[in-house]
Design a protein around this ligand. Sequence first.
Ligand code: FUC
Length: 785
Amino acid sequence: MRMTRRTTLGTTLALAAGAATSGLTQARAADGVSPLRLWYRQPAKEWVEALPVGSGRMGAMVFGGVTAERLQLNEDTLWAGGPYDPANPEALKALPEIRALIDAGDYAKATEIADARFMATPKRQMAYQTIGDLKLAFPGLDGQATDYVRDLDLDGAIATTRFKVGGTGYTRQVIGSYPDRVIVVRLTADKGRAISVDLAFESPLKSKPASRVEGRDTLVLAGANDTQQGVAARLTFECRVQVLNKGGALSAKDGVLSVADADEVLLLIAAATSYRRFDDVGGDPVEINRAVLAKASTRPWRMLLARHQTDHRDLFRRVSVDFGTTTAALKPTDERIKVSQTTDDPALAALYYQYGRYLLIACSRPGAQPANLQGVWNDSPSPPWGGKYTININTEMNYWPAEPTGLAECVKPLIEMVRDLSVTGAHMAKVMYNARGWVTHHNTDLWRASGPIDGAKYGVWPTGGAWLCKHLWDHYDYNRDRAYLADVYPLMRGSALFFLDALVVDPKSGKLVTNPSISPENAHGHGSSLVAGPTMDQAIIRDLFTSCIKAAAILGTDAAFSAQVTAARERLAPYKIGKDGQLQEWQEDWDAGAVDMQHRHVSHLYGVFPSDQIAIDTTPALADAAKVSLNTRGDISTGWAIAWRLNLWSRLGDGDRAHRILSLLLGPERTYPNMFDAHPPFQIDGNFGGTSGMTEMVLQSRNDQILLLPALPSAWPTGRLTGLRARGAVGVDVVWARGKLETAVFTAAADSRHHVRYGASTIDLDMKKGQRVRLSARDGVLRKA
Ligand code: FUC
């Protein structure tokens, strides 16, 4: 490993700025020297070099070109198709036959029948689509640029491009404002009359939306989404850009809107579709955009910026992180990523940590759609895996960091999606399984399709909705809002009700199991993936049942239902340890014969993380078995699968192993120059899983206890992570030095009790709402300071 000099943050910043910067904090660093900054010496050529901004609903990728800028735009309700019912009535007729074949061990035949008769129609769901690009051409700027730098300031949530041409300095800033619902571009120069720009749209949509200039200052792209899989396009959409220029002149020709010789130009970009809900496409995007722009255009730039940054920082600044800093942090971000696996650069991990939080704030806000496979950023009309919600891991991983890193509000869109799925999924449960409650399989889309898709070996997995319900419970557990729990309890209850009806008795063990199902997306080597009672299903359903029982007790309701669920929980198949000492992925000891022993999914380890059914201190034998499984799977995998392994090794208490896995995630094969996670291709779950995994190294909130530094790697001897949240509505700040805990500060957001642990030392805290308790850990013993 090439060693770089470790310095204090202040010294490093001073080096970076070439000036005295003492007293700067991470959050309030002067412009240009913030460690919370991605920066580059050249414009983006590829999409994965461009920098993302987002308003929660809209996203823009900023390329930072000198003579031409490309703003690739997204709006989170622009998806293909329209409301559709994928439920297949044939499925119910095929169900008993598939179940019997699985019970008889004829998995190949069961799969054949499931593929022919059990799948949703159509067999694929609708894709998330790009709007296209807003192209800015800058006539007269063809000279050589000097002093070029572009960056994304995570604390200010602003992308900036700066350079000089012919003695004039140019600055271009881009923000995505949640409060004003717009992407704003500001073009300035240090000389007057220096801004000339031509604006035009370009869209790859098959529906060929049309672009036109409206009035004297507005460029509009309007049209429809695409038809896919025979599901007719039912959305209209519009993207509207209003140009506000100081000085200069506006003109229009052939659909191009031009500004000549302005002192400053502001572009306000709004986009909307006619989507209102999965079953309602009656919205009017033109009216929405007009209203948004009418308001935003009354606000000068400094007010738009201030409103945006206040909103962003209110969330972003809750957490601050320092894992240490070396001189490696002085380099541009792309250069740091390139050498990250051979360089001591803990600040790169901290940057990745906060980037994950930045991304979630930018793409998942109340009123918006949840973060999809690419968050909100996608340049294609049919992106990889449709850019959808893959709920057999990926969507859940997107939300792993939300509660622990102080972004509970960002979970709201996910909760609303579950509410929708409880409606579409109730229809699916009835038609496919003749069951009450609701079900969703391994994917969903904007239309909340809930059937099994793609192929039996991927889609026949009835546990997606149940896993999403974990997030409903966690949102309560981290925030302890009883009114919220009463609101979502029926959704959790509906999911549990489905399993009360749809679980079957395994003839071999007499236990209650799912059938048919799979262990996502692994083939067990007995002719198929289809099976009864994969370990993951049992674990997810156990969690769902437990949270329903707890919720009913807290709400003082539903005693009879709760008793039924309790009885069913007792009858679920337990975990099993196989002949190689591994945690069995299936009811049978098949792990050693699995088709892919290094499969990216580690579904059977759900019990270790995100759940806490298995832990080194509560179920040591199962935890050891989980380690055996995880060692067989290996560390190297796709982006998100590496991130899952990072979280798992943190839970298993091995900080150095977790850190080695983190370095795989941060390396150039899994992190693009813009720090987007590479599956490959780009998939955002790895970013969020990375933030979650680093949190788990420093703080775990599980099994009714709060663990301090449970997996601190030796590579981060000194650091701090403040503003974290733990179960039971409590804030936690953790500070450590020389590999040992210094202090931990707890701030109660509700009356609560906490069992806190650091190594072998424990302490119980009985806290009142608003109370603050500071613990120190001299000699490794926790004491109130
Ligand atoms: C699951 C994974 C793939 C990919 C896709 C979006 O099917 O197995 O690796 O992440 O989702």
